[in-house]
Design a protein around this ligand. Structure first.
Ligand code: IMP
Length: 439
């Protein structure tokens, strides 16, 4: 039987280069489905040198023959959606006709953003380093069963009453606990009519659409956002995002049974990066603002252009962490990895790989559950020789330098998962397919 349904997840702290790979593989599917996160994501796509950055809309949107679904697990910011739809349509793409949104998507409204930002300020040095886009508070409202959802836009008079109560509820916290300005109900409400005009025509029964394609034997691609180590349950809690970024999130966040998923592809950067706060044992600390710190950290950041696609923040860079990757392989049930940004390491003389952690006098091969314990872990490194030649755009395995091949095989062995795709540059074309993930 051919592999039909593919889940694409980030295996590290996000920014592994998922957008490019989703776009590439989308050519083979009927629809691309986002199942978690929101416009905190930043998926960069480069096609024939032209760059597009998507935050909310599935990366499949650039292929006109593909439908795009936003599943119930996604928190939907109507303002961000409007901006993205307009930007894409200006380039001549048909978006509204191909984009279907689940009625069960929680809405991100102004008070979520205000709460996210007030809370981060209040945490001071312990700030999570969120994107400040209201993601966490919107998920909190969902779980507290007081959230407004995309489907509520179908009945504005009813929504108005719930909105009034919810604004009141959150304003109490904003004013009395965080001592910041309240949110104006009128201002939020005024925008809801426009939100309804945009979103209601795109509302759809996403599980039924997915089921329909499954019955027709067509392939689907489930596009994860952020990365496994930012998963609310499996990540470096509390320095995580508020959703399940792992493969299981695709089932609950889109509405498909686990047995209908055929291949889990883990997008994995050849080194490691993290944006925001939280543990990062292999970090090579370097500050762009102060131009001081580790020279290799600086080199990886500069060559890899490691600045967030959503917030523009400097990404922290470090060596590949096989301990963290083993956890990713476990909790996602990875079938294969796609290794990205290998070319960023082209000039390094030596390359380190973290193969274990020293934790309270013991050597451990899997990461601990919480950030506090993580902070006590010291990386144990193995050093490999660099290849010191360009791998940019290489199209055939045999053309790779021997040391690069050895590095890839070493990572496969450490993680216990084969590399099925190798990305050798940002462009769609700069990709080496080692195994057909749909075969
Ligand atoms: P939030 O998702 O905005 O609540 O932020 C929680 C954590 O996830 C912070 O460390 C963010 O920097 C991180 N984060 C959220 N989205 C992304 C992403 O798309 N790439 C990398 N990190 C992200």
């Amino acid at each position: 039987m051919s592999k039909r349904n593919l889940v694409v997840v980030g295996t590290q702290w996000g920014d592994e280069g998922k957008g490019k790979i989703v776009d590439l593989l989308t050519d083979r599917v009927a629809a691309v489905v986002r199942f978690q996160g929101g416009h905190n994501a930043g998926h960069t796509l480069v096609i024939d040198g032209k760059k597009t950055v998507l935050h909310l809309i599935p990366s499949g949107i650039l292929r006109e023959h593909v439908e795009c679904f936003i599943g119930n697990g996604v928190v939907l910011a109507p303002d961000a959606l409007k901006k993205e739809v307009e930007q894409l349509e200006l380039t001549g793409l048909s978006v509204k006709s191909r984009l279907k949104i689940s009625e069960a998507c929680p809405l991100i409204l102004d008070y979520h953003v205000a709460l996210d930002q007030a809370r981060e300020r209040a945490r001071g040095d312990l700030a999570i380093g969120t994107t400040g886009r209201g993601i966490g508070p919107a998920y909190e409202d969902k779980v507290a069963r007081r959230g407004l959802r995309a489907g509520d836009l179908k009945n504005l008079p009813k929504m108005k009453n719930i909105l009034a109560e919810t604004v009141d509820y959150h304003n109490f916290m904003l004013q009395n606990y965080y001592k910041v300005e309240p949110i104006s109900f009128e201002a939020v409400w005024e925008k809801c009519q426009a939100y309804a005009d945009l979103i209601v025509p795109m509302l759809a029964d996403v599980p039924s659409l997915i089921d329909g394609y499954n019955r027709e034997g067509k392939s689907l691609l489930f596009e994860g956002a952020q990365g496994t180590l930012l998963d609310i349950d499996h990540g470096t809690y509390p320095y995580v995002t508020s959703s399940n970024t792992t493969a299981g999130g695709a089932t609950s966040g889109a509405g498909i049974g686990p047995c209908q998923l055929d291949y889990v592809l883990g997008i994995t950067k050849a080194y490691a990066t993290r944006v925001g706060g939280g543990p990062f044992p292999t970090e090579l600390v370097y500050s762009v603002a102060e131009d001081s710190g580790d020279a290799i950290g600086k080199q990886l950041g500069e060559r890899g252009r490691e600045f967030g696609a959503t917030t523009g923040r400097q990404r922290r860079c470090g060596w590949f962490d096989a301990v963290a990757l083993r956890r990713s392989a476990q909790v996602n049930g990875l079938t294969g990895m796609c290794l990205t940004k290998l070319d960023v390491m082209d000039e390094l003389v030596e390359i380190k790989v973290c193969t274990a952690y020293e934790y309270q006098g013991k050597t451990i091969n899997f990461p601990p559950a919480s950030a506090d314990e993580y902070d006590l872990c010291q990386p144990v490194y193995e050093t490999l020789p660099g290849w010191q030649s360009s791998t940019v755009g290489i199209e055939c395995w045999d053309d790779l330098p021997e040391q690069a091949k050895a590095y890839i095989h070493y990572l496969e062995k450490q993680v216990g998962v084969p590399v099925s795709i190798l990305s050798t540059g940002p462009d769609r074309a700069e990709t080496l397919i080692l195994q057909d993930v749909f075969a």
